[in-house]
Design a protein. Structure first.
Length: 562
């Protein structure tokens, strides 16, 4: 099999020479490295690669003209929609106003995936760190990393879809193959005649036939024993707020357990690229952010229990008792509720019946590669919907964003609006909703309602991604914990009327002492990843204050003999 191509173009002969030496020296064994001194020559070569169905992994371009760079990267995107694109920039790029403008514009409009500083001298590890990171992102998107779990199913929907969704929630790299595809037949033959579909092939070669959620949770590293101890802190929910609390709590020496009915990442998994999160100038996907936070929390000693739903919470003396759906219980000195919110459903039977077979709730990361050349629709007007549309446009023939509001400005960040307006393959239909749809075994059409005219239109559709808001995951909580009219948790001064103690509640504390709320589940919380992460860390600080104020068993007053 031919090696993937790593291409570079630079007009400056000194930069070109350094590029050639650095790329061939570090990546020549795993990639076909090609460097070009002329943009038009590079375009001709990339056209030839596309005609030959060669894989282009990454193209780096150092072009002095902003117009030339824009035209070049648009052509790369047309020829190789799955390839990563990076702009090579000088070390002082942010000082040079024109260079900075070009970088900001290319990034905000989605013309490039990242930028890389020009290599300087031998063994430029800053350069290689950036290039390797981009190549890793591409490999993860293509499900081409060595520790990928392969799933084979007879069809896209049913249990096969549940397995894909489960692994997506656990942020485990995975690839799906239909049993009658070339790769599917090869994997089934490799597994043997006794295998039952859907099946999973693990990186170590083990084969699991129609595995249970418990088996999947064990593969993902979930904790199995929770009843032998009293935890300092139990966190319910492993989205950004819960993961943040796990990192900060465990790093401060607390014995932490995180429980989630799915896996990790929460609704942040729907974000293919978060560009306004502090510290990630080139952006970070929701999955990568969740994966790294999970690894960080685990390294500090936090325990995780996946695929288990918490069904109850009640005070018991100085402790809090949490009931788990499988019958087990966990005891904690403090609890942080970070369950976030669940996606709102369309509630259209003909559409709901095709979930996993062309209809998807949430983001597009795992399904996008299978939609090359397809017509895709995204319902929603928030940031997650905008990010999903831009990500899908790298694969699909045409992406249409369906927005209920009068304009994108009603619910989307300015930088995303600019990127969508500049994307040639993304259309926007405002004041439009999905009212119907269907297909034979897979989504084939949608019925759209124009809310201005009241007219309905049937359109061909290969996929629909629904991101129309979310509802809080709080129905499992007892009535003693106060909620607002929509079910979100009240905290701090908002629970004074229901507060049972003499001391005032802490800012993120609910009406049940010792139980805190962080992230999207909290009433009035902005729906932003950075806010959820901040609240998770703040909640841990408040937990520490409360635990420090409690007497330890040795300090507790002795019982008076009768």
């Amino acid at each position: 099999m031919a090696l993937p191509v790593l291409a570079a173009v630079a007009e400056d002969p000194v930069v070109l020479e350094r590029l050639d030496a650095q790329l061939r020296g570090r990546y020549g064994g795993d990639y076909r490295v090609e460097v070009h001194a002329d943009r038009l020559e590079a375009q001709r070569r990339l056209t030839s690669l596309a005609e030959g169905a060669d894989e282009l992994a990454l193209v780096l371009a150092d072009l002095t003209s902003a117009e030339a760079a824009t035209a070049f990267f648009e052509e790369v995107r047309r020829l190789h929609p799955h390839a990563k694109r990076a702009l090579l920039v000088p070390p002082a790029a942010w000082v040079d106003e024109e260079a900075a403008r070009v970088i900001r514009s290319a990034m905000s409009l989605g013309q490039v995936d990242s930028y890389v500083l020009r290599p300087a001298g031998l063994r430029d590890e800053v350069f290689h760190e950036a290039v390797s990171g981009i190549l890793l992102d591409g490999a993860l998107e293509r499900r081409a990393v060595p520790h990928t779990v392969h799933i084979v199913g007879a069809e896209w929907s049913g249990r096969a879809y549940e397995l894909r969704a489960t692994f997506e929630r656990c942020a485990v790299p995975h690839a799906f193959h239909l049993a009658d595809s070339e790769e599917g037949r090869r994997l089934v033959a490799q597994a043997g005649d006794e295998v039952r579909l859907p099946m999973m092939i693990l990186p170590d070669g083990r084969v699991l036939s129609d595995p249970s959620n418990a088996e999947i949770a064990a593969i993902a590293g979930a904790r199995t024993s929770i009843e032998e101890q009293v935890f300092d802190l139990v966190i319910v929910g492993a989205g950004p707020a819960g993961l943040s609390a796990a990192v900060y709590g465990a790093s401060e020496g607390l014995d932490v357990l995180v429980v989630d009915s799915g896996g990790i990442g929460g609704q942040a998994r729907s974000s293919s690229l978060i560009r306004n999160y502090l510290g990630f100038a080139k952006g970070v996907s929701g999955n990568r952010l969740a994966e790294q936070a999970y690894e960080q929390a685990s390294a500090f000693g936090a325990g995780f229990l996946f695929m288990q739903r918490v069904t109850g919470l009640a005070p018991e003396g100085e402790e809090l008792l949490l009931s788990v759906a499988d019958g087990r219980t966990a005891r904690a000195r403090a609890v942080i509720v970070a369950t976030g919110a669940s996606y709102r459903r369309l509630g259209i039977p003909s559409v709901e019946s095709l979930v996993g077979a062309g209809v998807f709730y949430g983001g597009s990361a795992s399904e996008a590669p299978a939609l090359s050349g397809r017509d895709v629709y995204v319902a929603g007007g928030g940031n997650s919907a905008g990010q999903a549309a831009l990500h899908l446009a790298r694969y699909a023939r045409r992406v249409t964003l369906l927005v209920r509001a009068d304009s994108l400005e009603a619910g989307m960040s300015h930088y995303l609006i600019r990127a969508i307006e500049a994307a040639p393959d993304v259309d926007v239909r405002t004041r439009t909703t999905v009212v119907g749809g269907g297909g034979h075994g897979r989504l084939q059409e949608l019925v759209l309602l124009d809310r201005r005219t009241g007219e309905e239109e049937t359109v061909a559709a290969d996929a629909l991604f629904v991101l129309i808001g979310a509802d809080p995951q709080t129905s499992w909580l007892p009535d003693e914990i106060a909620k607002d009219a929509h079910g979100f948790l009240l905290t701090g001064d908002a629970v004074i009327a229901d507060w049972p103690l003499e001391r005032r509640p802490h800012p993120l504390e609910t009406s049940m002492p010792g139980v805190f709320a962080a992230g999207d589940v909290r009433s009035g919380a902005p729906k932003r990843v950075a806010v959820a992460v901040g609240e998770g860390s703040l909640a841990v600080q408040l937990v520490q204050s409360q635990l420090a104020a409690r007497p330890t068993p040795a300090e507790a007053p002795a019982a008076t003999a009768v």
